[in-house]
Design a protein around this ligand. Structure first.
Ligand code: FEO
Length: 134
């Protein structure tokens, strides 16, 4: 069962960003499936691969979304970028800790990621849904 299911309540009125959020959610669901299905021996390897994919996609998505916000003169861009930067550092540190064997992926970590993603899209990202690039 998927951890997060995208529906219209997640839409930010921008097809390109909506598609990126769908991919971001897919990667999160894959990470969750890996945790649920991998045996202990393979868990670290699978978590490392999927979390690295999530880290890289998060960076790609944040850069694209930030370019849109700047082009659309979104007034809350600086505050939104700060939230992005903080989360990206968190994901990057998690990747490093898993690679170095200091962290093991758990359902609590997945719950935190799910909560952050849902909260960010539904509250922060949706604030720019009325903005367009002139
Ligand atoms: Fe879609 Fe602000 O991340």
């Amino acid at each position: 069962m998927s951890l997060i299911v995208w529906d219209e309540t997640y839409s930010v009125n921008n097809p390109e960003i909506d598609d990126q959020h769908k991919t971001w959610i897919d990667i999160t669901n894959e990470l969750h499936d890996a945790l649920m299905n991998a045996d202990l021996k393979r868990l670290t390897e699978t978590a490392e691969k999927d979390l690295t994919e999530m880290r890289d996609y998060t960076r790609y998505h944040f850069m694209a979304e930030e370019a849109f916000m700047q082009a659309a003169d979104y007034p809350d861009f600086p505050a939104h970028k700060q939230i992005h930067d903080k989360f990206y550092i968190h994901i990057k540190d998690m990747c490093t800790d898993i690679e170095e064997g200091k962290l093991v992926l758990t359902t609590d970590i997945m719950k935190t990621l799910k909560k952050w993603l849902q909260n960010h899209i539904l509250t922060e990202d949706r604030k720019f849904r009325e903005f367009r690039v002139a």
